[in-house]
Design a protein around this ligand. Sequence first.
Ligand code: ATP
Ligand code: MG
Length: 442
Amino acid sequence: MNMTPKETVAYLDEYVIGQREAKKTIALALRTRYRRMQLDQELQNEIIPKNILMIGSTGVGKTEIARRLAKMMGAPFIKVEASKYTEVGFVGRDVESMVRDLVMTSISIVKKEQQEGNKADIEKWVLNKIIEKLLPPLPTSVSDEQQEAYANSRERMKSKILSGDMDDKIIEIDIPKVKVEFSDSNLPPEMLKVQESLANMFSATNKDEVKKEITVKEAFKILEVEASEKLLDMNAIKNEALKRAEQGGIIFLDEIDKIAVGAKNDGRSDPSKEGVQRDLLPIVEGSTVNTKHGPVNTDHILFIAAGAFHVSKPSDLIPELQGRFPLRVELESLTEEALYKIMTQTKNSLLMQYSELLKVEGMELEFEDDAIKALAKLSYTANERTEDIGARRLHTVLEKVIEDISFDADEHSGEKVIVTKELVHEKLDEVVEDDDLARYIL
Ligand SMILES: Nc1ncnc2c1ncn2[C@@H]1O[C@H](COP(=O)(O)OP(=O)(O)OP(=O)(O)O)[C@@H](O)[C@H]1O
Ligand SMILES: [Mg+2]
């Protein structure tokens, strides 16, 4: 991950309109991690990441930024909802499990890299396995002639398999029994180990492999998994993954406002929410979390928290936690222009999604520019007059306009339907004008 801040922002710009401050702050934080990694070890240890808190009302792109970052990052990155956790000692997910999830993500990244790197070996292994099934090996005591003939047919078989000719042929292979995967990171590692050994005890009585008849094509996929386990050094992968989670891991803590306890709560503070905040402190500050694959130190994990803070305020978080998110960025409410751009300039915009969906019915859907402007204006008005739900308003408003067209799509097969300004006004004016109606329908 060595994109410059400008490149990161440019990438995010393709999907998220506006919100420059937030994009810049995040891009810079990512770059700082890269810069840090280039320093000598001693200094590296001194430089602790500055966690970020993003504040912005609902539907303005907080989660969207996280989603896009996740796709872009080569580093281990996970997005979790703070509201999903419960205090240690209560039934539910404890906050340490987020670090375990991060390690899982890290492992799958490293594993994938290794698989890519050893692709040729893995493919060769799989191919050999399949050829063996189709062409049983010769006994050792055969003449040279026979050996040569065998080698020839082996080659022929190989090219047949590679060209896909044998794809549908059924072969019998030994498939390792599906082990119940204990990836539930909610359990502390000690418990996981107990669970696993119990499961092993029970399954030991059965055979570990089952014979199964499948097509050659399917066999490729299944054997690839087996090949990676055989050929890749899982221990090295684990160690590298742990290191990357520690040094480059990022945890995006969404909905953090949901665990804040409003001061106006008549002095009735919610113990479990506060408990989650308190449990978060050591993790955010830096502590060691045990995982199935080894201990992880969280000192250098970057935390980005986000919340709408409609009901509560950042100052409603316990002070210790507030202090651990020194960088604050605010996301702007969406203007009419921003809404217009979200419909027209984002990479997989809503309008495009609708057209593509209707294309399946053989119908071409087009939006007049004036119609899009009207949609933006009406969405903005609806946001102003009722609740400001940001870009989510576009979904409800568009749905209302397209509803009938979409329902009758079969009648319009082979046609081109144009959404005009008039149509938009016809469908929406009445609804937007009437506050009560708007509240229910949009
Ligand atoms: N600035 C933006 N640019 C492009 N799309 C946006 C923008 N803001 C919101 N959207 C779209 O609106 C929808 C909701 O956005 P998102 O999930 O990011 O909201 P949020 O800020 O996380 O709100 P909440 O606080 O309710 O979780 C998504 O489909 C997203 O694509
Ligand atoms: Mg969100």
